[in-house]
Design a protein around this ligand. Structure first.
Ligand SMILES: [Zn+2]
Length: 444
């Protein structure tokens, strides 16, 4: 019995080691909010363990992972705390070092992890928030009395490794969520709307929340309560909440495509690359190309097109919460009083063999499914790719928009063949043409 237990322990330890080894840093970003909190975000392909160490001259975030070469190197930082940020990899660890322009206190930073978000395709992340002007913000007495740089250096305060979801555990979870291709959340009963589409667009408690909300942080902030309170306000960067806007609640569903109002949403953008392929193809770039092409095709058919974005940028703002970012996209459709909303995405799976098309809708009205079916059938009949089906799902943009809306997942960037396909302008143009034709079918 004891032998079995120790074998199991050894096996668990090996799994842990393998999982830790497997994590890879894909990018390192930074941002400063209006409260002068410097946020460093490390993107990962899987959650892993990390440590934060503070000395008088620098703060180091050391992650147990390897790194993509594109994530390494020095970046300029515009903060009163630091002028640059350096990311190096050595000995199975990646260290993000921030040389400090002035000394900070132990309690001036907090760190936490964010799980991969299958809805928005945001990667697993480690976040380090550093309150730059802690002293100047705690009261008038200290405001004009910053700490002299020459004060005695503090001993390096290496934080204990936060209890993130165990790497092997989180990996398994991601696999469970994505291995079968997609996440099909059951919609909340009774929260859908019908007919005119006059919908409950206010982001309410029934919203299927993306997994990156502050409450989902998997590690406890390691700071004094006072700092936590200040730094927890998710305000990186300075930008208010995306307030839900409402259109007329009316939408046309027939009578030909001419003059129909169509909002196209190229998934992700700016600070959010979406899924990334083995060759480095970013979802946000492909969705934008297809969306722009679709815009042209629809204009030729005399539809009135609005776009949530036409460049590589966030719609609400960089590093906004997922709810704010997604609501900002819905707002574009509401503001334009769109007849349909179409969100374009590329799928990704931990299983590199999975490929094909899937189309999602939320049953606010019978037209949501009809739109999804029209688009999905058009794509699958004309591309010889795997048909993963038309699926009901609780996605923010399809649920919260008052008009019929769909979210399409065009192939898998995680599949070698499909990544290549997605990169080709032949595919992008054909996908756009088929989408435009499907819209035409829908409005017949
Ligand atoms: Zn996506």
């Amino acid at each position: 019995m004891r032998k079995i237990v120790s074998v199991l322990l050894l096996w668990a330890a090996l799994c842990w080691a393998a999982a830790v080894q497997a994590a890879q840093v894909t990018a390192v970003h930074w941002g400063v909010d209006k409260d002068n909190v410097l946020r460093i975000v490390v993107d990962l392909d899987a959650l892993t363990t990390y440590q934060v160490g503070l000395s008088s001259s620098a703060i180091d975030l050391t992650v147990d992972a390897s790194a993509q070469s594109s994530a390494l190197g020095t970046q300029k930082v515009k903060s009163t705390l630091a002028a640059s940020l350096e990311t190096v990899a050595a000995g199975g660890k990646v260290t993000v070092r921030l040389p400090l322009l002035h000394q900070i206190e132990d309690g001036a930073y907090k760190s936490f992890t964010l799980k991969q978000d299958p809805v928005t395709k945001r990667p697993a992340r480690i976040v380090l928030d550093i309150t730059a002007d802690k002293q100047t913000r705690t009261g008038p007495t200290t405001a004009s009395n910053p700490k002299p740089a020459a004060s005695a250096p503090k001993p390096a305060a290496v934080q204990p490794v936060p209890k993130t979801a165990s790497p092997s555990g989180s990996k398994a979870k991601v696999a469970a969520a994505e291995g079968g291709v997609v996440i099909s959340n059951k919609p909340t009963k009774g929260s859908g709307t019908t007919g005119t589409g006059a919908s409950t667009t206010a982001p309410a408690k029934t919203t299927p929340q993306p997994k990156t909300q502050p409450k989902q942080e998997t590690a406890k902030p390691q700071t004094s309560p006072a700092t936590v309170k200040k730094a927890e306000a998710p305000t990186v960067p300075a930008k208010g909440k995306a307030k839900a806007e409402k259109g007329s609640g009316k939408f046309a569903t027939s009578g030909g495509i001419k003059d129909k109002k169509i909002t196209i949403d190229p998934g992700h953008g700016g600070s959010d690359p979406g899924a990334i392929g083995a060759k480095g193809t970013k979802e946000k770039d492909i969705t934008l190309k297809i969306a722009k092409e679709l815009q042209e095709q629809l204009k030729k058919k005399k539809a009135k097109v609005s776009m949530t974005r036409t460049a590589d940028k966030d719609v609400h703002g960089p590093y906004a919460s997922d709810v704010d970012e997604l609501q900002a996209r819905v707002n574009v459709a509401e503001r334009n009083d769109a007849d349909v909303f179409i969100s374009i995405h590329i799928n990704s799976s931990v299983n590199a063999k999975v490929k094909g098309f899937s189309t999602y809708y939320y049953p606010k009205s019978s037209h949501d499914k009809r739109l999804a079916t029209a688009v999905h059938n058009k794509l699958t009949k004309n591309f010889g790719r795997d048909n993963l089906g038309v699926r009901e799902a609780n996605f923010y943009v399809t649920k919260r928009s008052s008009m019929p809306a769909i979210l399409i997942e065009l192939c898998f960037i995680s599949n070698k063949d499909e990544e290549k396909l997605l990169q080709s302008s032949w595919f992008q143009k054909k996908a756009a043409r088929l989408l435009a034709e499907a819209m035409e079918d829908y409005f017949k």
